[in-house]
Design a protein around this ligand. Structure first.
Ligand SMILES: NC(=O)c1ccc[n+]([C@@H]2O[C@H](COP(=O)([O-])OP(=O)(O)OC[C@H]3O[C@@H](n4cnc5c(N)ncnc54)[C@H](OP(=O)(O)O)[C@@H]3O)[C@@H](O)[C@H]2O)c1
Length: 337
């Protein structure tokens, strides 16, 4: 593949940092990373990663974003799947770029599986399984679904013809991002799903519990598998569908939240007990504002299959046994802390 100029937003994050490291391994592309923290920008520059340029700014810094977009062939947007204002700034710059050059820019946007969530509130596992090739059904998702407003902004830009959009939709992301950015303290480990469940079960002295009993199903995926999906799209831009067909579900494991709670209890060594539902007081205690917004998301069913990425050759590596070992690792480290 010819060398590309890749602009990445969220490059000090869990997904974005992993993507940067994977692209750097390829050695042939130029990367520009927008970094909002001066401290992290300096730390990233100090690593002297030849083809990585660091630009200080936030996603709503229109002038900064604009200058990065004008130089970019590819944009990878992993910073916040709900940032309407930042997305408008980014797309405004893409439109200007198109008006000046008549070239469409490629935008790989990372969203989240809660866009598909139902109203189970943890009480049941749904029979409904989405597929990322369900184009007509996906087009009907209402703007009231989580992350959907931003997904619609991105899709609209593709329809208007100044962007080719690829929307990557990961389930709960887990796994230690063990790389040069995390070792330098730059990259976050935002494996919120397992960490939250571990905190709750520890707070309940080892009793496994979840919202509504945790019967609802979610897809899970290792952070490295999310990154390889993004790189697979990048490698197949000629053939990978974009726009209304360009959804890429990132999943390789399907479990209930109750299963995660039971695994934490197992690795805490507490006697096995059935997973029970949180009381109302526990929900209020474990999800104080603004995290109360997570309750209906985490408690909904999000069942899906990622057909598009696999059709392009994406082969996720990490399975349910690996997730169990990772929950064991995190539980042990929390108990020792
Ligand atoms: N983690 C998950 O389990 C999960 C699951 C499904 C979907 N997703 C979605 O995937 C995307 C990436 O998630 P993640 O876990 O990698 O997030 P993360 O670790 O929190 O990283 C977010 C990155 O974006 C940067 N950032 C945030 N707001 C910004 C702004 N306004 N301007 C500039 N930079 C900004 C952060 O900078 P700092 O380093 O300075 O904070 C960080 O580098 C998000 O859209 C998220 O909703 C995540």
């Amino acid at each position: 593949m010819a060398p590309l100029n890749i602009f990445i937003l969220g490059g000090t994050g869990y997904v974005g940092g992993t993507v940067i490291v994977d692209i750097l391994k390829r050695g042939n592309h130029e990367i520009t990373a927008l970094v909002r923290s001066k401290e992290k920008a300096l730390a990233l520059e100090a690593l002297k990663l030849g083809s990585l340029n660091v630009v200080l700014g936030t996603a709503t810094d229109a002038a900064v974003v604009d200058s990065c977009v004008q130089e970019a062939d590819i944009i990878i947007d992993t910073y916040d799947s709900d940032n309407v204002e930042g997305t408008a700034v980014l797309l405004g710059a893409c439109k200007k770029r198109f008006d000046n050059t008549k070239e469409k820019v490629t935008l790989i946007h990372v969203s989240g599986c809660a866009v598909l969530k139902d109203e189970a509130m943890g009480k049941f596992a749904s029979e409904t399984i989405w597929d990322d090739t369900d184009v007509d059904k996906l087009a009907q998702l209402p703007p009231t679904q989580p992350h959907r407003v931003v997904d619609l902004q991105v899709l609209e830009a593709d329809t208007e013809g100044y962007v080719n959009s690829y929307i990557v939709i990961p389930g709960a992301i887990y796994g230690h991002a063990d790389n040069l950015l995390s070792q330098a303290g730059i990259q976050r480990d935002t494996d919120l799903g397992p960490r939250m469940v571990i905190d709750h079960v520890i707070a309940l002295a080892g009793t496994p519990a979840a919202i509504g009993g945790g019967f609802n199903l979610w897809p899970w995926v290792h952070v490295e598998d999310v990154s390889t999906l993004i790189l697979t799209i990048l490698d197949n831009l000629e053939s990978a569908p974009h726009g209304r067909e360009g959804y890429y579900f990132a999943e390789n494991i399907e479990i209930t939240w109750g299963w995660v709670a039971a695994m934490v209890a197992k690795y805490m060594g507490t006697p096995f007990a059935d997973v029970r539902a949180f009381t109302k007081e526990e929900v209020a205690r474990f999800f104080p504002p603004p995290n109360d917004a997570l309750v209906p998301l985490m408690a909904g069913n999000c069942r899906y299959r990622g057909t598009r990425g696999r059709a392009l050759g994406w082969t996720p590596k990490y399975d349910k046994d690996h997730l169990e070992r990772d929950v064991a690792r995190l539980t042990a480290s929390k108990i020792q802390a």
